[in-house]
Design a protein around this ligand. Sequence first.
Ligand SMILES: [Zn+2]
Ligand SMILES: [Zn+2]
Length: 159
Amino acid sequence: MRLIEETLSVPITSIPRGSTCETFTVEMKNVPWNIQGITFCSEEGELELDIIRSEYELILNGFLEADFSVECAKCLAPVVCSVNAEIKRMYSWNPEMLSDPEVEPVSHNDGTLCILDPVREAIILSLPAMPLCNENCKGLCPICGVNRNLEECEHGFEA
Ligand SMILES: [Zn+2]
Ligand SMILES: [Zn+2]
């Protein structure tokens, strides 16, 4: 199997029949992540791809391990999260299979299986919904906007 980092896609001709499992070390800066509010903060990520190819189907199972930085829900400071995101997808060439909402068409545009969207979704799902820089983060003052972890302002403070 081959992985094109710049589009996070796998050329379909490089996927053999049967079951193939491979781990790729991904240079994170090569991938157009473009996820709002989330940036990568490890140089490399480990992407494990397990693909079963049959006549009409591609079944993808995978994991991405990497560190991402998100904003603290209260004070907006960066919070580093180690992600181990699980990717599961099913693709088919058979139009009849596509009535199943779980099954996606294999896109033929450029002869590759683009996994960027499923990986993005998996990253978002594996991040905390309310990331906090610290359990006791005091957040921003709603009146003047100072970071109350760093400064005090005249607007009082409730814990
Ligand atoms: Zn915070
Ligand atoms: Zn204030």
